[in-house]
Design a protein. Structure first.
Length: 499
């Protein structure tokens, strides 16, 4: 794995360093890498933002973030003292050439002070509308071109990458003017979660699973991303994204691609991403089911016994909004492995509980050898990979109940990461940032993957605008989602896993 290699010295420049992502995720992740001894010996951070701030104030604010959000608590003061000397702040504006010239000068000083060898990791922790401008400023301000010959420069771009197919293509074309594809790391934090990473290990490091990972043995697959929270004061953002852009186009389709992909020739970035791309290109809405897509929007209700507003009552949301907060789809993968195996995906907010899981339901035995009464007790085998909140894997199978009869009862074998390894799972950003430093892009999305995902999603969104399949069913907050979602899967003789 990439983390077994020694990380090279470098400077990480965080654009938008005074924002929430740096405070909650990025700096705590870097601190935890320092605790684990995984940061390079020559390492520094420059936070870049509009807010006036000294290095000491920046360090103080980041320490508060680490104290609240780090997985390792309490703060190790010795580690923090050493780590904090690596944190620096540079005030500047994204649209100001002089700010980037000043950043370039500061980087030279940091290179000398921390022996970072001219290696640069630029992290865009900003709103998406700033991506094009920042990459252009980096590319035209000697921050990439004038590096020493042995040094490297990389850019990390958060999702969403584009808001439709054309905008994603335009952004790819723009960024490629200043960075080669191998320098671009489109980050999706879901791919850094332990269970998501373990999909490939589970399939390809265990001889008992891959032979049955196809249409002959699998009846269908369900992928669920359910949240019990609402939009959390992000009305302005959510009105332009909806769940389809927030979760489905990126997180859900990436997880689906890992589940459905063919074994790569080798475990390297290009081979893995080549196989994911084939899945995304073969993916389509079920053509035989006019109701294979259901949209929903949460209304008022109760979550955890607390009365909550409906979506249109949230701040920043239009009272007549048609933005979806729930989406269920039936997808097919047009290849030999998965022909006839439906992939049911769903994601929503203000549902009864928070859970992200992949459920692989196997076919029933071809011939039952038991009595009629016993046959009705036998349930399909189900393999469940839980991504959150408790990462792990479970397998349900039938076993004979003790006694003189032949009663069959479903039992479950559970594997839990925390219990099995007795260590807390690293935050996804820890793994992903370290991979960026190491130059391992396996868990990052390539340009053609992004565009292939949008090729599926963009026509759907455009159809909604034109009035096709645009009906939105309101569902009660705290429920399992709209009734139409249950109807969609039940017409195939199947049912959703309980939320």
């Amino acid at each position: 794995m990439a983390n077994s290699r020694k990380a090279p010295n470098c400077v990480m420049v965080i654009f938008g360093a005074s924002g929430d992502l740096a405070h909650r995720k990025l700096i705590p992740a870097l601190y935890n890498l320092a605790v684990d001894g995984l940061l390079p010996t020559g390492f520094a951070v420059i936070g870049f933002g509009r807010k006036p701030m000294t290095d000491d104030v920046f360090r103080s604010e980041m320490k508060a973030g680490v104290a609240e959000f780090s997985r390792s608590k309490p703060i190790n003061e010795d580690v923090w003292t050493a780590f904090s000397t690596q944190l620096h702040y540079q005030q500047g504006s994204y649209d100001d050439h002089a700010s980037f010239d000043a950043l370039n000068d500061r980087l030279k000083v940091i290179d000398a002070a921390h022996e970072t060898a001219g290696n640069r990791l630029y992290y865009l922790s900003t709103p998406p509308e700033a991506y094009a401008l920042i990459t252009e400023r980096i590319g035209t301000s000697s921050l990439v071109q004038n590096q020493p010959p042995a040094a490297w420069s990389r850019v990390v771009i958060e999702k969403p990458f584009g808001h439709d197919l054309q905008s994603a293509r335009d952004l790819n074309e723009h960024v490629h003017k200043f960075f080669r594809e191998e320098q671009i790391y489109r980050i999706d934090h879901y791919l850094g979660k332990e269970t998501v990473q373990n999909i490939l290990v589970f399939r390809f490091a265990n001889g008992i699973f891959e032979p049955i990972w196809d249409r002959r043995y699998i009846d269908h697959i369900q992928i669920t991303v359910a949240e019990n929270i609402g939009i959390e004061n992000r009305g302005n953002y959510y009105e332009t994204s909806g769940v389809v852009r927030d979760i489905v186009q990126n997180h859900l389709l990436q997880v689906l691609a890992l589940i459905a992909m063919e074994p790569p020739a080798e475990f390297n970035a290009d081979d893995v991403r080549n196989e994911k791309l084939k899945v995304l290109k073969a993916l389509h809405l079920d053509r035989n089911n006019a109701n294979g897509l259901v949209r929903g929007q949460y209304g008022p209700g109760k979550v955890g016994g607390v009365v909550v507003n409906g979506y249109v009552q949230e701040a920043g949301v239009a009272p007549d909004s048609t933005t979806e907060t729930y989406l269920a789809m039936k997808l097919n993968v047009d290849n030999w492995r998965w022909a006839g195996v439906p992939f049911y995906i769903r994601s929503g907010k203000r549902l009864s509980r928070r859970v992200t899981e992949i459920a692989i339901q196997f076919r029933m035995p071809p011939r039952m050898l038991f009595s009629e009464a016993t046959r009705h007790e036998i349930e399909p085998n189900v393999l469940v990979m839980t991504i959150q909140p408790d990462e792990g894997i479970s397998l349900k199978f039938g076993a004979k109940r003790p006694g003189s009869g032949e009663q069959v009862q479903p039992v479950v074998m559970n594997f839990n990461y925390g219990e099995s390894f007795n260590i807390p799972a690293p935050d996804a950003y820890e793994r992903l940032i370290l991979d960026c430093v190491l130059g391992d892009s396996t868990l990052f999305t390539r340009a053609d993957e992004v565009e292939a995902a949008w090729q599926l999603i963009s026509p759907i969104v455009e159809g909604w605008k034109a009035g096709a399949n645009s009906f939105i069913e309101q569902y009660r907050s705290g429920s399992a989602g709209p009734k139409g979602s249950d109807d969609m899967i039940q017409q195939d003789g199947r049912k959703w896993r309980a939320l």
